[in-house]
Design a protein around this ligand. Sequence first.
Ligand SMILES: Cc1cc2nc3c(=O)[nH]c(=O)nc-3n(C[C@H](O)[C@H](O)[C@H](O)COP(=O)(O)OP(=O)(O)OC[C@H]3O[C@@H](n4cnc5c(N)ncnc54)[C@H](O)[C@@H]3O)c2cc1C
Length: 460
Amino acid sequence: MDIPASARIPASVVDKVSKKAQQTLDEVESFVQEKCIPADAVFAQQLGREPRGRFASHPKVLEDLKLEARRRGLWNLFLAKGHDGKGAGYTNLEYGLMAEQLGQSQIASEAMNCSAPDSGNMEVLEKFSNASQKKEWLAPLLDGKIRSAFLMTEPDIASSDATNIRFDIRKEGNEYVLNGSKWWSSGAGDPSCELYIVMGKTDADNPNPYRQQSVVLVPSRTPGIIVQRMLSVFGYDDAPHGHGYVTFNNVRIPASNVVLGEGRGFEIIQGRLGPGRIHHTMRCIGAAERALGLLLARIHEPTKRPFGKMLHEHGLVLSQVARARIEIDSSRLVVLNAAIKIDNGNAKLAMAEIAEAKILVPQMLGRVIDDAIQVYGGAGVSQDTPLAYMWACARTMRLVDGPDEVHLLQLGKRESRRAAGVRERLERQKELEGQLFQHYDVQKVDPLYMGWTSETKPKL
Ligand SMILES: Cc1cc2nc3c(=O)[nH]c(=O)nc-3n(C[C@H](O)[C@H](O)[C@H](O)COP(=O)(O)OP(=O)(O)OC[C@H]3O[C@@H](n4cnc5c(N)ncnc54)[C@H](O)[C@@H]3O)c2cc1C
């Protein structure tokens, strides 16, 4: 390995990264490069080929990596400062840099108990659940004993607008009765997925559409739950976690399983998505670095010499490399800036910066992987490189946690609100300009003014 990750921290943020975090960052990098990336292919083999078996298996190579990560103290790094000392206590900026390293391998995040959706779910439980809910669900999740899924999206509505949710959560005595279907429930295929965190409507008639929803904790083995099928992503099944289509038929849970209280669902999902988007986007930066690394390896491959030259000797290819470098480095700064803004205040104060990162980074990642695929030719789309699967994952990032358009709309609205101030300033500048013309006694004449009429127009 060339320069360690701690020596590559961007100059504009390095002063904000503690010595301890820099040391952990290097340990994470070495664990990912030396242990996780070489294990990615073994993981795929151990999953096996038979579809049903894939979801029932827990590849040994990953379980062994988890033991080693714990031994090395590389566990629950995502749980930022201020969580009662349960997590590693790094800032969002510091963990963001580590998440970049995790993004280089398919299995590194789970090996360190930092993978989505569990990391986001643990944050929800840590932030919003009561002591008994924490004991029942957060403790085993932090311990890596169980896994979880977050069930919000529904098949029959436009879920990017969560006010559309129809899932019914009805109170009956000391219980809630749950009815409806959810899909894209990531993690639901994992045999150790014991907890569903479910968002639905407890008060569909509330005039405030943002107070109709609640979040409840549902043990995944409760009678009445049917996992109908698993959804594929461009043909990949994402085993062993997968993405489930889950139906609830009169599923009964104790009323005490509501998180924070009825009508607080929106508050919870907003709290979940802020730091989670930083984690996702920094993993994307790591994936982009991996793709660029693969691209560089290929263009220096001596046996591949189209038109008498190695690929890196073709100017067109070098300009792709340079563009990728610029896009990755500038995207990283956008994400780290959002992380610092969260660290300095909270996720709500960093909404615009988070949205910028969420829109920019997955699109950048898609372009870099696409360029890498291109230089590999046919091999790039085959199973012989990780690029095809990486591209499939990258493309979904423009949908998960809300599609690009929703974030663009929010960001556009926010930017547009500046118009009144901008117009005021332009008016003032015009006024000052007029005063200057008067002061210097200069006449304002349009430089393209011709000043002729049909009668005075010159003839050739
Ligand atoms: C791999 C993967 C994993 C996922 N994991 C989970 C999970 O664990 N839990 C979960 O609950 N969900 C999960 N999702 C679901 C994901 O969050 C939703 O797919 C996403 O929010 C979009 O909702 P939708 O599919 O209902 O699309 P819709 O809401 O129907 O939107 C479809 C399209 O409409 C367009 N659109 C929407 N709003 C606007 C607008 N304002 N202006 C212009 N165009 C617009 C966009 O192009 C959008 O893609 C996952 C999805 C994928 C692909």
